[in-house]
Design a protein around this ligand. Structure first.
Ligand SMILES: *Cc1c(COP(=O)(O)O)cnc(C)c1O
Length: 382
């Protein structure tokens, strides 16, 4: 008999979520919006250290609103990290704009300052200056903002920080989500905290948040009869979901500790194997959302093989994000690489695996993952 499935990153309820949901039920404030939404915004802003937040139905919605705020429209260019989830860059297409992908650096797997500089030089020469740069904090680790932000500043282009995976992570003592002009978080089911689905945009720019709030509520003008001058979206979160978020937020620091513990156990458990974990930069502390590693070149085991072998034991694992420039959707999109020719993102995708990393994973479960993984590796039969 196979054991209960071990998921990559399943929801982990702390217990407190139910109190906030109950409050909403007791006051019949199921919708619209409500206290939980307002409080969730306040509490998250307080946690990350930023002035204003806008809770939404998804992180993708947040990126869309941020692009709109920077006036991204048909034919405009937007730079975006190449190694990421499609949610980072789909909104560029919603605005009929043109993405340009920027490769990873080997140090953090996040956007390479070298590649970014190349892209800007190209943009300047070709008269294709982007309206915004979307920088992703991958797998819960901050990008190197002291390298990236001055480049964007020099060219006068605003930054959207996609911290969907990095809530609670820090860079030089400051929390992720606060480095761009606008930051976004996701509370999708597999993120470090979840509202079953949701997101938030944050900023110190009150006007920006106000404008995005307006668009996110169908651009309703101040009138009883529903007056509209601009296109709008139905992008707000529900009072119930926000209640889940409030309970989750209180548990977040504990979740980070759990995930760090899991990461450390993997590092210990695999120290004899020919593989490397995602490098942890000493410039910050990740939230350890996922434990991710690459198999060394020349080893006769592919990520796909390992994923399938783990699957036979009812263990979920995944390859890394497939870089955007390799996606059929973005086949003709410009890409700027860290090295002269080869792409760091493609390399990581070819050799990388994400391991089960949920904050509720038990010691026994992790031991099973470590043993199964090690056996697959050592038998090396394919
Ligand atoms: C999850 C994720 C998103 C999208 O968030 P949703 O809430 O699922 O819309 C965007 N970017 C990154 C890097 C993500 O991991």
């Amino acid at each position: 008999m196979t054991q209960e499935r071990i998921f990559l990153s399943p929801p982990h309820m702390s217990g407190n979520e139910m109190n906030y949901i109950k409050e909403a039920f007791d006051s019949n404030w199921i919708a619209p919006l409500g206290t939980n939404v307002d409080k969730f915004e306040e509490e998250l802003c307080e946690y990350v250290g930023i002035d204003h937040g806008l809770a939404l139905s998804s992180g993708t919605a947040g990126i869309h609103l941020a692009l709109k705020y920077f006036n991204v429209g048909p034919g405009d260019y937007v730079f975006c990290s190449d190694l990421t989830f499609a949610g980072s860059c789909n909104p560029i297409l919603y605005q009929y704009a043109q993405p340009v992908f920027i490769d990873s650096e080997p140090e953090t797997w996040n956007m390479s300052p070298i590649a970014l500089e190349k892209a800007f030089e190209w943009a300047k020469k070709e008269n294709k200056m982007p309206k915004a740069v979307i920088i992703v904090d991958l797998y819960g680790q901050s990008a190197d903002y002291d390298e990236l932000l001055p480049i964007c500043e020099r060219y006068g282009v605003p930054v959207i920080e996609d911290a969907a995976e990095a809530l609670g992570a820090t860079y030089k003592g400051k929390k992720c989500g606060t480095f761009g002009h606008i930051g976004i978080f996701s509370f999708n089911g597999n993120k470090i905290i979840t509202t079953s689905g949701g997101g938030m945009v944050v900023s110190n720019d009150a006007e920006a948040i106000k404008k995005m709030r307006f668009w996110a509520t169908q651009s309703r003008e101040a009138a009883k009869h529903y007056e509209h001058k601009e296109v709008g979206y139905n992008y707000r979160i529900s009072n119930i979901s926000a209640g889940i978020g409030r309970g989750q937020l209180q548990a977040l620091d504990g979740f980070i500790d759990n995930r760090k513990f899991i990461f450390d156990q993997y590092v210990d458990g695999f120290n004899e194997l020919p593989l490397r974990f995602m490098p942890i930069s000493d410039l910050g502390s990740p939230n350890y959302w996922l434990s991710v590693l690459t198999i060394n070149e020349g080893v006769d085991v592919t990520p796909e093989y390992i994923v399938n072998q783990l699957e036979m034991k009812n263990i979920e694992s995944r390859p890394l994000w497939k870089p955007m420039h390799l996606q059929p959707l973005f086949i003709d999109t410009p890409i700027f690489n860290h090295y002269e020719t080869k792409s760091v993102g493609s390399y990581l995708f070819q050799y990388g695996i994400c391991l089960p990393s949920g904050s509720s994973m038990t010691q026994d479960q992790q031991r099973l993952v470590i043993n199964t993984f090690s056996e697959v590796f050592e038998s090396d039969k394919r």
